[in-house]
Design a protein around this ligand. Structure first.
Ligand SMILES: [Zn+2]
Length: 232
């Protein structure tokens, strides 16, 4: 059985695989009961993420969509409801932070969420071929990549090798971020997430979907201490 993206999103809303099959079978009724605009899909997706993060914050994670039925269902194909572009940092795994399971999130991670052709290609695939309605660019507190860029800005010395590539990509954000006090790294974390979201919104592959409202891109910051994702 082919599960449509709308069916899968509905399944995620009600939870569980049985629900996925039911929702797909009853797709017309469900479609009539919710907004048919794709913008609506992004709102629903955002709501799922907010609910999942709330469970995570409260140590009440349900670990949805991990069981045998879901795994079998996913053999047929994937219909993730959100792209999460996050940092590679081991403390910010999207599936845990948003309490989601198999097939829910199309996750791309690079240190500092730095964009390169591989990252952009992955995002374009999710937007164009999987028709994912929402992209979240998620920075986080105490990001090592952003801290390294701040350090390079202060000292004028960029690290050698591949880490230097990351720093060079983040440096323009650091240089255009006002401040310099104790919270400067965090100001740069927020600015970096916003900057990357802005870049994606005008990307040649994505712009049309953004302009038509079928794709929403939002920056966010994950707080390590509170476990909360704050939407910027
Ligand atoms: Zn980081």
């Amino acid at each position: 059985m082919a599960i449509t993206r709308r069916g899968a999103l509905r399944a995620s809303l009600v939870g569980g695989v049985g629900a996925a099959v039911t929702a797909a079978a009853a797709a017309p009724a469900w479609s009539a009961s919710v907004s048919s605009s794709v913008q609506g899909d992004a709102r629903q997706a955002l709501r799922l993420l907010k609910e999942g993060n709330k469970r995570w914050r409260r140590y009440a994670s349900r670990h949805p969509n991990e069981g045998p039925a879901r795994r079998a269902e996913m053999v047929q194909g994937q219909s993730p409801f959100a792209v999460i572009l996050g940092c590679a940092d081991s403390r910010v795994p999207p599936e845990l932070v948003f309490d989601r399971g198999l097939g829910d999130l199309f996750t791309i991670r690079s240190a500092g969420q730095v964009l390169d052709e591989s990252v952009l290609g992955s995002i374009s695939y999710a937007a164009e071929h999987l028709e994912v309605p929402l992209i979240v660019v998620m920075g986080h507190a105490s990001c090592g990549a952003v801290s390294a860029a701040v350090e390079a800005h202060r000292t004028g010395e960029v690290p050698h090798g591949h880490v230097g590539y990351l720093v060079e990509k983040i440096l323009p954000v650091v240089e255009s971020t006002p401040g310099g006090g104790d919270d400067f790294v965090d100001a740069c974390v927020r600015a970096n997430a916003g900057y990357i979201a802005d870049q994606l919104r005008v990307d040649a592959d994505l712009r049309e979907r953004v302009d038509s409202g079928s794709l929403t891109i939002v920056p966010a910051r994950y707080d390590l201490a509170s476990s909360e994702v704050v939407w910027l």
